[in-house]
Design a protein around this ligand. Structure first.
Ligand code: PMP
Length: 354
């Protein structure tokens, strides 16, 4: 039986994507070859890469606006340093909203000064700082749109004339935003997009070429753009599966439809967290993520019972990140509303039993 998969990433993908991807492992588009054995230079795969890049821009509403999409390797973690390598000449501004922002800051410091414009470390990253000031002498401003570990999400992005770089690893394609506000967006594929192994990078081309340092080829966005994201062998299977997911998003109404579903799922789960006296939400209500809901069980004595109950109901991946504890329900695009209902029913059943 298929599990109700709440894993934070790698995570659930649409069932039809799993089916199509597994078919392509056996025979890709009736070529008599597996997707795992075709050349990345074959016309069939070049078409996949082009479709994936174009669909990403189309769904984000960025076609014809000077942006390029790339599918790179090394995870979002490589983007922490690649961003700074390509954009940080003297100083950059970073908003610190958690462990991933902290890691991005650490890498950026290898290339120049970092001004931490605000941080929510004072309250264990339970909220998103607001009303902060972005210095006028920064080369760019960096933020993390959704904090996967703490379950917080930026609802309003700052206005600044400086380029905005955003780590959207855990909420890309989940909600409508004016994506043209951002100059560089990156996201590890393994949440709303595809399997682990590729990272989507969307760049406004005119922000490049402004730093003086020499950049090694694999770290250079310009080289990847000039080579149409094929400078070296790309993660063929991960890109193919991401392309299938992008097709699925488009076929199912695009980002607007994903957002509507995601809001319904989040509303259902958060209302149970709030009315059920056994549970408490981790993040500040106004900053709650629609992707990752974090919560704790107030009475430790009930933990064993609760854990047995949700596992028996077919729920998977509900344990919180090891640094926060408690529970985390990741409700990415592909998780159906019915899965959320199953979890909510278990939570209210626990209340009846307790
Ligand atoms: N940023 C965010 C917001 C994340 O959630 C993660 C990992 N889940 C990362 C960065 C790191 O991504 P990767 O493991 O692909 O390097």
């Amino acid at each position: 039986m298929k599990k109700h998969n709440y894993s934070a990433g790698p995570c659930i993908l649409p069932q039809e994507v799993f089916q199509e991807a597994s078919q392509a492992v056996l025979d890709f588009n009736n070529t008599g070859l597996s997707i795992l054995e075709i050349s990345h230079r074959s016309k069939e795969f070049v078409d996949v890469m082009e479709e994936a890049r174009n669909l990403a821009l189309e769904l984000l509403g960025l076609e014809g606006k000077g942006y390029k999409a790339l599918f790179l390797q090394g995870g979002a973690s490589t983007q922490f340093l690649m961003v700074a390598y390509n954009l940080l000449q003297v100083k950059a501004g970073y908003l610190n909203t958690g462990a991933w922002s902290t890691k991005a800051i650490k890498e950026a410091k290898l290339f120049g000064d970092v001004a931490e414009v605000a941080s929510s470390a004072d309250k264990d990253f339970r909220y998103i700082p607001k009303g902060y000031f972005i210095p006028s002498d920064v080369d760019y401003f960096h933020c993390t749109s959704n904090n996967t570990i703490y379950g917080t999400q930026i609802k309003e992005f700052p206005n600044t004339p400086k380029p905005i770089v955003c780590d959207m690893s855990s909420d890309i394609f989940s909600r409508e935003l004016d994506f043209s506000k951002f100059d560089l967006i990156y996201a590890g594929a393994q949440k709303n997009l595809g399997p682990a192994g590729t990272t989507l990078v969307v760049i406004k081309e005119d922000i490049l070429g402004k730093v003086e340092r020499s950049i090694p080829s694999m770290m250079d966005y310009k080289i990847h753009i000039n080579k149409a994201s094929m400078f070296n062998t790309p993660a063929v299977f991960a890109v193919y599966t991401s392309m299938l997911t992008l097709r699925w998003i488009k076929k199912n109404g695009g980002i607007a439809a994903m957002e509507e579903r995601n809001e319904k799922k989040a509303a259902l789960l958060y209302s149970e967290i709030d009315i059920n006296p056994l549970f408490q939400g981790y993040a500040d209500k106004k900053d709650r993520s629609t992707m990752n809901a974090t919560f704790t069980l107030l009475n430790d004595d009930l933990k064993e019972t609760f854990d047995t109950m949700w596992k028996e109901a077919g729920v998977n991946g509900l344990n919180g990140h090891r640094s926060v504890g408690g529970y985390r329900a990741s409700m990415y695009n592909a998780l159906p509303l019915e899965s959320v209902q199953v979890l909510v029913d278990v939570m209210s059943e626990l209340e009846r039993k307790a």
